[in-house]
Design a protein around this ligand. Structure first.
Ligand code: SAM
Length: 199
């Protein structure tokens, strides 16, 4: 049996390089989820794909601990969780060409204009994330916030190495995250967008 402590990984110290592949067997493809919250999506996907390694980064300690306990209860050996500001990790530490896929579901929209600078999706973040994806890697994003969605779509659309692909190009069409479930119940529109890095 594994414990939550086996799931938890430390954030990179002093902006040292972070290669998420080091936690898994060589050749294991690795996927990253940013803002994994209570870990609903990671849990489903890691159970369905034991041959893939998953890393989740979550800032809120309460959700982070909840998710780590949850992964341990399911004895998931292919998941690691880091408590950190994912924007900082991606910009300063994530190494090139290390990710097979990147998942960002319901990133905080920071709707007030004066708070837009706190948003995850900004040009520098997109550039760093694309560098971390390997050729052919997939990036899926979902939000319930229309204005933020336009911003995200424009940023991804304009990147020369990305091309739009169907969101449901693999079997787990809807990520089924905690926020998605809540918002669908409330009747909100969910906006989805997926891109692939040029091989
Ligand atoms: C709206 S919730 C969505 C959670 C989950 N993805 C879902 O769909 O149910 C946004 C999550 O992202 C986390 N978050 C926001 N900014 C973050 C950052 N810079 N680094 C890591 N986590 C972040 C928040 O703590 C929160 O758990």
């Amino acid at each position: 049996m594994i414990r939550a402590d086996d799931i938890v990984i430390a954030p990179p110290a002093h902006d040292e390089p972070f290669d998420p592949r080091r936690f898994f067997d060589p050749q294991t493809p690795v996927e990253l989820e940013i803002g994994c919250g209570k870990g609903g999506f990671l849990l489903d996907r890691a159970r369905a794909h034991p041959q893939i390694g998953f890393v989740g980064i979550e800032w809120a300690n309460k959700y982070f601990k909840y998710a780590a306990d949850r992964m341990a209860r399911w004895n998931l050996r292919n998941v690691r969780l880091m408590r950190a500001d994912a924007r900082h990790v991606v910009l300063n530490s994530l190494v090139d060409d290390c990710l097979g896929a990147l998942h960002v579901y319901h990133p905080d929209p920071w709707p007030k204009k004066r708070h837009h600078k706190r948003r995850l999706f900004q040009r520098d973040f997109v550039e760093a994330a694309v560098t971390a994806l390997h050729g052919g890697g997939l990036w899926r994003v979902q939000t319930d916030h229309e204005e933020y969605f336009q911003v995200i779509r424009d940023l991804l659309d304009q990147h020369p190495l990305l091309r739009q692909v169907p969101f449901d190009s693999d079997e787990s069409a809807a990520p089924n995250t905690n926020f998605e479930i809540k918002y669908v119940r409330d009747g909100r529109t969910i906006y989805r967008f997926a891109v692939q890095k040029h091989p």
